[in-house]
Ligand binder design. Structure first.
Ligand code: FE
Length: 203
């Protein structure tokens, strides 16, 4: 099987956020798809390790900020490569509130969706949420960020990080390098939470 075939699927990039018991958090996801128009429903999957996944389960609500091509790498690091269990990710980030009182990004997003969860499916590493869109707004005319655009234009080129180890296995998503001959099959990137299938051998 050639798993590179999966990279031919087109994906967007999004910041999914929720709030429960006054705790607010958001994370980067690449799996938001409209599945029906009447009622207006979307589906998304969120990694169970993310605090945001717990908050969505608790509250039954999720907002989706659709990232624009102007979103810098630092935004992906901020919402994607650290845990909301250790930090308040919304400190210093301009955000607005949806009708359901969930945060959305005022900058670097081209639109947002305000969603109510109507179903969820445990799919192993992730939970798939099916949600009804109860409100939505366009924020800018900028192009939405695709995963392909992110890889081509946003993610730092490997050579740019002079301090990165030169041998081992490199995460194709965030650039993290695992130092060792063999990458364990169940290895999960400590930065971006992607699995061993997203690593490439270097050196
Ligand atoms: Fe990674």
């Amino acid at each position: 099987m050639n798993q590179n075939a999966l990279f031919k699927l087109s994906y967007g990039l999004f910041m999914a956020a929720s709030k429960a018991d006054a705790k607010m958090n958001g994370c980067i996801i690449n799996t938001v798809t409209q599945i029906t128009s009447n009622p207006l429903q979307v589906a998304m999957t969120v990694n169970k390790q993310n605090l945001t996944c717990d908050l969505i389960k608790q509250s039954g609500m999720v907002s989706v900020s659709i990232l624009s091509e102007k979103a810098p790498f630092s935004l992906f690091q901020h919402f994607g490569f650290q845990s909301g269990r250790d930090t308040d990710k919304f400190v210093g980030v301009p955000f607005g509130m949806t009708k359901q009182e969930l945060p959305y990004l005022k900058e670097n997003a081209t639109a947002y969706l305000d969603c109510k969860v109507v179903n969820s499916v445990d799919v192993g590493t992730h939970i798939m949420f099916i949600a009804e869109v109860v409100d939505a707004e366009v924020l800018s005319d900028d192009n939405p960020m695709t995963y392909a655009y992110y890889h081509a234009n946003v993610k730092p080129k490997p050579a740019a990080d002079a301090n990165a180890p030169k041998k081992g296995w490199r995460c194709k998503i965030c650039g993290y390098v695992y130092e060792g001959e063999e990458l364990p099959a169940d290895f999960v990137c400590p930065l971006c939470k992607h699995g061993a299938e997203d690593f490439e051998k270097i050196g």
